[in-house]
Design a protein around this ligand. Structure first.
Ligand code: GTP
Ligand code: ZN
Length: 386
């Protein structure tokens, strides 16, 4: 470990190598995510003698479904979120995941129509399929968690089977294995393991005195960036912006949202103030990923608002977590912040992550005809300040 003396009063600790305390559970989840995205089956150990074999619903094919059947000698189910079930008109469910006992109807085309609101479907196709609630701590709930972490549509094809020796089973079948406990704890554990791994001066057009610090979790997963402008004094409230990644708005100037203006506006405002920090969090599309955000945009073009579109896809209206932001501020020695945001939820959630938000600083910009419906929905439904 080396402590880098910064030209300003903040100091950061850089990890020389990958942390020796790398949690094996993080690694297992990370590998499972990659297998899932490649259409592979993943095995979840539920620590109760039952394992859950999982295939992501998105991209499932006849042959991968057949492999799941062969491995389990059983009939897999389709698991969707309660949000998706609700938008399909299947009623209100108690927990967040719902089992569709599809039986012989478990075909890629019908799966697609159940999980993807952009696909054609007829309600007649599934009117006789039984749907039931799934316990929060089950392997199937963990399977939904894995698909969300994979930034795929939140739906999984699963089958449970009794297995005495999990390790031997996954090794014999050449499957990636992970526990449900690891999956449920992944986001928080990854955030807690964030370490500053690299930093450099990067003069910006509107803020020449800028340093960027890159943070990486112990499993080598998703990285976040702190943009430090000037010389913030950690003994006083620091002016900060916590900005969620928006490829379309930040990078290529999309007019559908206000992100680009907020990003550049924050940099300018911090530079004008003299010092502060912008945390650039890799949680594109309020945590659903770019591909799903584009799907949400397509749904919004049919008249849905930004929150309903997320729910049609099976996601929560906002899937973001702010533990990474709290962890980065902690590493930078920042205790009290003046937060530039119009989102009351950010202020509230940061408080629960032990960041003392002493002031909310308004951060609104001119609207345009393309982003007005989005900003209107955020204000009227999301409670954002205008
Ligand atoms: N799912 C989804 N995400 C969107 C949409 N429009 C923008 N986003 C994402 O929303 C996020 C906006 O992030 P922020 O600007 O940090 O947050 P905010 O909740 O608007 O709060 P502020 O601090 O007031 O800006 C980014 O990740 C964008 O990619 C949309 O229509 N659907
Ligand atoms: Zn945006």
């Amino acid at each position: 470990m080396s402590v880098i003396a910064m030209p300003h009063r903040l100091s950061i600790t850089l990890s020389e190598t990958k942390s020796a305390t790398t949690a094996p559970s993080l690694l297992a989840v990370d590998r499972a995510l990659s297998d899932l995205r490649r259409g592979q089956i993943v095995a979840i150990d539920n620590a109760n003698g039952l394992i859950t074999l999982v295939l992501a619903a998105e991209g499932a094919t006849k042959s991968t479904i057949q492999r799941l059947k062969d491995l389990s000698k059983g009939q897999p189910d389709l698991i969707i979120t309660a949000a998706r079930a609700h938008t399909l008109g299947l009623g209100i469910f108690k927990y967040k995941a719902v089992r569709a006992k599809m039986g012989k109807a478990l075909r890629p085309d019908l799966i697609e129509s159940l999980v993807n609101p952009l696909a054609e479907f007829s309600k007649n196709d599934f009117f006789d399929i039984p749907f039931e609630d799934i316990d929060l701590d089950s392997g199937e709930s963990a399977a939904i968690g894995l698909t969300k972490l994979s930034r795929l549509l939140p739906a999984a094809i699963t089958v449970n089977l009794p297995v005495d020796d999990f390790k031997s089973f996954i090794s014999a079948e050449n499957l990636m294995g992970v526990t449900n406990h690891d999956i449920f704890g992944y986001e928080e554990a990854a955030a807690r393991s964030l370490r500053a791994v690299s930093d450099a001066q990067v003069p910006l057009a509107d803020a020449p005195q800028t340093k960027m610090v890159a943070f990486r979790p112990a499993d080598g997963g998703i990285e976040h960036i702190a943009i430090i402008i000037g010389e913030p004094n950690p003994n006083e409230p620091v002016l900060i912006r916590i900005h969620s990644e928006c490829f379309t708005g930040d990078l290529v100037g999309s007019l559908r949202c206000d992100c680009g203006d907020q990003l550049r506006g924050a940099i300018k405002a911090i530079a004008d103030h003299g010092s502060g920090i912008l945390l650039y969090l890799a949680q594109e599309g309020r945590g659903i990923g770019l591909i799903n955000k584009l799907r949400a945009y397509k749904l919004q073009d049919t008249g849905l608002d930004t929150f309903d579109a997320n729910e049609q896809l099976g996601f929560d209206a906002d899937e973001r977590v702010y533990i990474p932001a709290a962890q980065m501020l902690d590493h930078l020695g920042v205790k009290q912040v003046r937060l530039m945001t119009n989102n009351p939820e950010k202020v509230k959630v940061l408080g629960t992550c032990h960041v003392d938000v002493v002031e909310r600083v308004e951060h609104a910009f001119e609207t345009n005809k393309h982003n007005e419906p989005y900003l209107f929905a955020k204000a009227t439904k999301g409670g954002h300040y205008l």
